[in-house]
Ligand binder design. Sequence first.
Ligand code: ZN
Length: 131
Amino acid sequence: MITRDIQVKTRARNELIDITPQVEKVVEESGIAEGICVVVVPHTTAAVTINENADPSVKADIITKLGELVPAGDRYLHLEGNADAHIKAALVGTSESILVRGGKLALGTWQGVFFCEFDGPRKRQVWVRVM
Ligand code: ZN
């Protein structure tokens, strides 16, 4: 079992970043052929999801639609000004479990692992454990 921290530098308030290569690197480093890779985002205004990494407009659509569902300027009790980011993080979720098969992440053909920034730009962390 190994655990590694991945650093992610985000550049926009809302942004999806493909971190599949960094996660795959941890799997390779682990030397584990058959197991599970857990990806955890330890933040309250960011998340992780698995989705299509072929057409970049999917990322844009996800950001746009989440913005419509959870508007930034709505009336919220949380006074820090980032209530929308907390809600988006709650909807998307803070961890993913991915099978490891044949020493590689077992993702579908069009799937990638995306770090989801909802209150950037910031320096973020992703915790990856392969076991
Ligand atoms: Zn807040």
